[in-house]
Structures are given as C-alpha cells and as structure tokens.
Write a protein of this length. Structure first.
Length: 133
C-alpha cells in the first residue's frame, strides 16, 4: 500500500511540474492582485465585474506602465494566472470573460435548482443565475 501511495505522490508531483506557470517568474503585481482578491473573498465577495476588476488591477500595479489600449490584455494575463493556480475562475467565453469568480466554492456550492445556466440566443451567450428563496 505504501508503494502505491508513494507512486501516486510522485505522479501528482510530475503532473504539477507540467503546469505552465511552474518555473516562471510571476510579476509582483499578480501576487498583489491575488492578495487583494483573497481579502475580498474573506469579506464575502464571490464575483467581481469588469469595472471592479479594473480598479483592483490598477491598485495592484497590474496596469503600471501599460498603454491604456493594453489594459484589457494585462488584466487578462493576470486573471489567467490566478485561474491557473485556482485563486479565481474566469470563463473563457468572450461574453462572460469580464466576470471573475473570486470564490470558486461559490460555483461548486450552488445547488441544481440554483445552478448557473449558459443559454445561447441568436449567437449571444447569457449566464442565467436562478436563485430560490
């Protein structure tokens, strides 16, 4: 049994080393943004809209020195990193990519009748949140 546990731990370690962010330097502003998001999460915030995310990214220094036309790309890179390490969840669908779920448990704790539904109407994708009282 110990051998199989040791093998499993080694396999998990090998898989973790294959992650795209392992071995790369992470900008301090991404780490600061992550800390700011954790602070918000601890205060009960589960979702950030685009304008809230822009403000946090600016305060964290994610946009420092960036051309204003590049701000969206800078925020996208930072949130991609946070998504990869499990600090936040961002939909890759263009219409939903400007919403950041900063409490991943929120998404997993939603019960079936309250589930987030993706609905396509005339080539537009909508996120429909249905909450029961």
């Amino acid at each position: 049994m110990q051998t199989s546990m040791r093998d499993m731990v080694q396999a998990i370690a090998q898989m973790a080393l294959q992650e795209p962010y392992v071995g790369n330097k992470v900008p301090a502003s991404y780490l600061m943004l992550g800390e700011m998001i954790q602070w918000k999460r601890k205060r009960g915030v589960s979702l950030l809209n685009w304008s809230e995310l822009q403000l946090l990214a600016e305060e964290a220094g994610v946009l420092a020195g960036a051309d204003p036309s590049e701000s969206e790309r800078c925020i996208h890179r930072a949130t991609t990193y946070l998504n990869q390490i499990g600090n936040a969840f961002r939909f890759e669908i263009k219409e939903l990519s400007k919403m950041l779920i900063i409490n991943p448990d929120w998404l997993s704790n939603v019960r079936f009748p309250e589930i987030a539904l993706l609905h396509t109407v005339a080539n537009h994708i909508f996120l429909v949140l249905i909450f029961s009282s």
